[in-house]
Design a protein around this ligand. Structure first.
Ligand code: FES
Length: 146
């Protein structure tokens, strides 16, 4: 089942309920803000406005603070994943390790900020947010079907 509001792309209502259950299992404590966002993100693979509002209500912190936290962590998506979309980290370590060659190998790949796995640079993610490190252009071309 999918739920759609006027401004939010459709999201899976069953996944939202799973995320809400994960959030409900956490104490209603400010220190649980990031775990609550991660619980929602794990269930939905992105954070629609409704999920962020639910977390804010459960944790009892202002919506603006929850939103600020979501934008501070590059691994938390505010838009639904695009099927088949690969991402290439273009942080400093990955840039120095050959991110440009990966972007040339997979021209439809999108750029993302540092994934905090700099020791494995260059890093890419697939549509399911699986991370792959020390990827070569040939490996990415093969995995992405580019
Ligand atoms: S710069 Fe790519 S993981 Fe940090």
């Amino acid at each position: 089942m999918r739920l759609m509001t006027e401004d939010t792309p459709p999201f899976d209502l069953d996944a939202m309920q799973d995320g809400m259950s994960g959030v409900d299992a956490l104490p209603r404590d400010r220190e649980q803000l990031l775990p609550a966002l991660q619980a929602m993100h794990d269930a939905l693979h992105w954070l629609p406005r409704e999920a962020i509002s639910y977390v804010a209500s459960h944790i009892r912190v202002p919506l603006s603070e929850v939103y600020a936290t979501t934008t501070a962590y590059s691994e938390l998506r505010l838009e639904p994943p695009v099927p088949g979309q690969w991402h290439v980290c273009t942080g400093v370590a990955c840039d120095l390790a050959g991110a440009d060659a990966l972007l040339e190998a997979a021209p439809t790949a999108a750029r993302i900020d540092c994934q905090f796995l700099c020791a494995l640079a260059p890093v890419v993610t697939d549509e399911h947010e699986r991370l792959f490190g020390r990827v070569t252009a040939d490996e990415l071309r093969e995995r992405a079907g580019a």
